[in-house]
Write a protein that binds this ligand. Structure first.
Ligand code: HEC
Length: 142
């Protein structure tokens, strides 16, 4: 039997729960459809490195990302000159902390918007999940 020093065990237990790795989570979950770096998969899932989209959404971007991750999304999307129709993004069954880390990676790192997503925003969004049509409206900027 190996003897593990108590200090190492304590360090493992005390590891902060909020230290979620947004990139690792994105790569293992979202990239299955959106590809690494969110470059998209034509005809299957739209690109998420869409500077024009994030610029248009401005300060509403974190709410939009939180809404899409928690409610999913369906309906036609035009993105990068491609039409994505008849596709459904399923709601993502992960914790508030995990979704916040993913959203922060998406906005702050991939898109460099200077924005981050707080777990509290995910929790608030879950309380009143936006409909897909509300998200589509928000996306169109109305
Ligand atoms: C099973 C495939 C799939 C997975 C997994 C997935 N998505 Fe999606 N996502 C889609 C599809 C398909 C759409 C477009 C839905 C539509 O046409 O209405 C989409 C749309 C989006 C949009 C809106 C893009 C836009 O141009 O408005 C965002 C943001 C997004 N996804 C983020 C994520 C994030 C973050 C994750 C990981 C937590 C994720 N997605 C996981 C398939 C997926």
């Amino acid at each position: 039997m190996r003897i593990v020093p108590a200090t190492i065990l304590l360090a493992a237990i005390a590891a902060p729960a909020q230290a979620q790795d947004g990139k690792a989570l994105f790569d293992s979950v979202c990239a299955a459809c959106h590809q690494a770096g969110g470059v998209g998969n034509p005809g299957i899932a739209p690109p998420l490195n869409d500077a024009a989209l994030w610029q248009r959404l401005g300060e509403r971007a974190p709410g939009y990302v939180a809404g899409v991750m928690t409610s999913g999304l369906s309906g036609m999307i035009q993105s990068g000159g491609q039409v994505y129709a008849g596709l459904v993004m399923p709601p993502q069954p992960m914790s508030d902390e995990e979704l916040a880390a993913i959203g922060s990676y998406l906005l702050g790192t991939i898109n460099q918007t200077g924005q981050a997503i707080d777990p509290a925003l995910i929790a608030k969004t879950r309380e009143a999940p936006p409909s897909h049509s509300a998200l589509q409206k928000l996306r169109k900027g109305s």
